[in-house]
Every structure is written in structure tokens, then in C-alpha cells.
Design a protein around this ligand. Structure first.
Ligand SMILES: Cc1ncc(COP(=O)(O)O)c(C=O)c1O
Length: 426
């Protein structure tokens, strides 16, 4: 039994759980900022990283540690770091790899917030984010040079649902001795898609979405696959004397976990974007039902997409589970059930009639959210992607009448009936 690999559904409940002195089966919330040091010698060992233990909740907390361990188990990674949001997970990941004067190469099919972090905020601190013409291996490879420190893609792009060819992109990254980072938010905590199985080295995930699953907390997660060779000479802050730890070499000290340790002891220590223990608890609770929720939501997505496809007032349905979606074949390869719970629709008509439709829906939240228990409809052009230039919107596939739909946990027949009445209204 001990050596038998547990299934996802089992790990989402048992991962990260250890019986403590209280024997309680629930994982305790530890609402503490700091931890008692029994001796000053012990404290000094913690501060030089020569002993493991709790110092301060910005760096680690027992509730958050259980959550990180569960996530690492679900993804099969060597370690995970929980952050306060998906955006901060990406920020810590990129700044742990690239310094001012260096660059990362990214797919152009990105969530709007990630796009802005890359092309405005990181550029302003000297890290160049090169957006490729497309996410094809050729277009991504064309932008790599000696200063490139990572490749970055979303496993399934938000909101176009374009699927990245993770296996091919991992090859491009490794030929250049850089890691492939995959934002796997749409992969739902690894249940629908696990990029480590296809050669990715680092995963980020907006836990705000499917991992939490109920829209009750913000969170992000970084997972280290433990496979990248940090000794390749390009990462002196990982394999080299650490400025923040008296010359300690993290790669020598922590081996395959060196990257996730670096994210915690440098990135989290210095940028401070830690989750609260209560939010970590909410993520643990969400994880316990992840597979059940996501399966229901994807099944509902297939049914709603089919209904919309046959409705005379709908111009276009873009659902990656349908054969006419450009990423259908890749979705079948990389995603369980060949889809996610997200689709986009374009109604016949104008911007105004699209807005009228959204405002007529009674059961779907008009929100910027995906992966929630409530079904959601979002108008990307006026919300998530509003800050993008017209050209960038076009490149990301955002038109004025496009709607992003994320299926929730309701009975889909009620959702379809609601769409029917809102369309009849137009
Ligand atoms: C693909 C993707 N990555 C990252 C983020 C950012 O995550 P958060 O909102 O938790 O900061 C989002 C948010 O929608 C997203 O869709």
C-alpha cells in the first residue's frame, strides 16, 4: 500500500494531512504571525536555513504548509509555494528566474492581467517579456536569445481556450537550457491537465478559480516539478553564492527543490505576498471536492455549448470540446474530457444587444470569474481585457460581442432555460 500511487481523487482529500497531537481529522487553522523559538540557537539555525521550522507566517504556516503539500502531491511536484493571488504566483516565479537586463519569452494568448504584468510592470523594472507572434514552438523559439531565462504559456489561454503544445514547447525550452513555466489555471489544480506529465518544469495556478471553487478567497500557487537542471550556468542566484543567505548555494543545499526554496526564502521573504492561514484553509476545503466539481462543470459546458450552437440568435460558439475549435486536437491530448468548463459565445447583433443579454440572465453572475460554484458570464472587452490596446485585444481574440462563460455547479437544464429566456428577450 505504501508504494502504491494514489489517485487524484484520493490525494485531494488525504494529501497534506498528518495526525497532530489533538487527533483532529480537520486541518487546523493557525491564525498566528510568529512562532516561539525554544532557544536562540534553534532560531539562528532557522534563519541560516540549516534547520527547517516555522519562523514567521510570511514565510510559512502550518495550515498553509498542509495546503502546499496537498497541491504538490496532486501535481506530483517536489514542492509548492502558496501566494496571495495568481498574479503574485507569476510575479514570484518570473522574478526568481530573470533579473533586469534579461528576458522571458511568452505566448501572446494570455490572461489580461498577466499581459499587463509582463509588458508594463516587469518591463518597468527592467525584465523584458517578449510576446511571440503565436504560441507555436517555432514562434516562441524565434525570440529566445542568450539572455532568455524562461518560456511562459497558459495551458489553456484565457478566454480563447487555445491550448498550448506543452510537450513541444518543453523541448524548445530545454534545448535553450531554460525552464518552461505553465500557468495551469484552466487545468484545474492538475485534475484536467498536469503539465509536468508533458515536460513542463514549473506550474503556476490561480487558486482563486477551480482550486478554491466557491469564489471565497484569492490565492495562487507555484509548483516545482524538480526536473530542471539549475546547474546549467544561467541561474547564479540558485546555483551560486546567495546574497541573502551568506553565500549559501541553494542548489547544493536543496537539490531538486532549489527553485521552490528560492521562491520562498528570497521571493516571498522580500515581496511578502503570502496568503492568510484562513484562506489556505478555504483552499484545502475546496480541494476536497475538486474532481467532482470540475467533472460536473465540464459536462455542463458540453451541454450549454451544444444548446448555443443550435440557437438561431447565436453567431458563433467557441468550445474546445468541439471539433471545429483550432485547439480541439491539443485539448484531447492534454485535457481530461478534452475540454475545460469555459466556452465563449458571440451573439448575432451588436455590443448593445450583447450587454442586454448579459443583463437579462438571472442565474449567471455577471462577474470577472471562472471556476466558481455559480455559473458566470463575462464580457471580456469591457472587463478582463479592457486595458489592452485594440491590437492586443485582436491578438488575444477579444471582439466587442464576445462573451466568456464559465459553468458552475447548478443543474445545467436551469442554466439553459435561463439562456433561452434571455435570448428570447433580444
Ligand atoms: C489564466 C490566469 N492566470 C492568472 C490569473 C490571475 O489570478 P488571480 O486573479 O488569482 O490573481 C487569472 C485570473 O483570472 C487567470 O485567468
Amino acid at each position: 500500500m505504501a508504494d502504491r500511487k494514489l489517485h487524484f481523487e484520493t490525494l485531494q482529500i488525504h494529501g497534506g494531512y498528518h495526525v497532530d497531537a489533538s487527533q483532529s481529522r480537520g486541518i487546523a487553522i493557525h491564525p498566528t504571525a510568529a512562532y516561539h523559538f525554544p532557544t536562540c540557537d534553534y532560531a539562528a539555525n532557522l534563519f541560516t536555513l540549516s534547520e527547517a521550522g516555522y519562523i514567521y507566517t510570511r514565510l510559512h504556516n502550518p495550515t498553509t504548509a498542509a495546503y502546499e503539500e496537498r497541491i504538490a502531491a496532486l501535481y506530483g511536484g517536489v514542492g509548492a509555494l502558496a501566494t496571495a493571488s495568481g498574479m503574485s504566483a507569476i510575479l514570484l516565479t518570473v522574478t526568481s528566474l530573470a533579473n533586469a537586463g534579461q528576458n522571458i519569452v511568452a505566448s501572446p494568448y494570455l490572461y489580461g492581467g498577466t499581459h499587463n504584468q509582463f509588458v508594463i510592470s516587469l518591463r518597468n523594472v527592467g525584465i523584458e517579456c517578449r510576446l511571440a507572434k503565436s504560441d507555436s514552438p517555432e514562434d516562441m523559439a524565434a525570440l529566445v536569445d542568450e539572455n532568455t531565462r524562461a518560456l511562459f504559456v497558459e495551458s489553456m489561454g484565457n478566454p480563447t481556450c487555445r491550448v498550448a503544445d506543452i510537450e513541444a514547447l518543453a523541448k524548445v525550452a530545454h534545448e535553450s537550457n531554460v525552464p518552461l513555466i505553465v500557468d495551469n489555471t484552466f487545468g484545474a489544480g492538475g485534475y484536467l491537465c498536469n503539465p509536468f506529465e508533458w515536460g513542463a518544469d514549473i506550474i503556476t495556478d490561480s487558486a482563486t478559480k477551480w482550486i478554491n471553487g466557491h469564489g471565497t478567497a484569492m490565492g495562487g500557487i507555484i509548483v516545482d516539478g524538480g526536473t530542471f537542471n539549475w546547474g546549467c550556468g544561467k541561474y547564479p542566484s540558485i546555483d551560486g553564492p546567495s546574497e541573502g543567505y551568506h553565500g549559501l548555494n541553494l542548489y547544493e543545499a536543496f537539490g531538486s527543490q532549489a527553485f521552490i526554496v528560492k521562491c520562498r526564502v528570497d521571493g516571498m521573504r522580500d515581496f511578502g505576498c503570502c496568503p492568510s492561514p484562513f484562506d489556505a484553509y478555504l483552499m484545502l476545503l475546496g480541494l476536497e471536492t475538486l474532481s467532482l466539481r470540475v467533472k460536473h462543470e465540464v459536462e455542463s459546458a458540453y451541454k450549454l455549448a451544444e444548446f448555443c450552437r443550435n440557437h438561431p440568435k447565436v453567431e458563433r460558439v467557441s468550445f474546445v470540446g468541439f471539433e471545429d475549435h483550432p485547439s480541439h486536437a491539443l485539448a484531447k491530448k492534454y485535457f481530461k474530457f478534452g475540454a475545460s468548463a469555459v466556452l465563449t459565445i458571440e451573439l448575432k447583433g451588436t455590443l448593445e444587444s450583447t450587454i442586454k443579454f448579459v443583463e437579462s440572465l438571472k442565474l449567471s453572475g455577471n462577474m470577472t470569474m471562472i471556476g466558481d460554484s455559480i455559473s458566470v458570464v463575462t464580457h471580456p472587452a469591457s472587463t478582463t481585457h479592457k486595458q489592452l490596446s485594440d491590437e492586443a485585444k485582436r491578438a488575444a481574440g477579444i471582439t466587442p460581442t464576445l462573451l466568456r462563460v464559465s459553468l458552475g455547479l447548478e443543474n445545467v437544464e436551469d442554466i439553459i432555460a435561463d439562456y433561452e429566456q434571455a435570448l428570447a428577450n433580444l
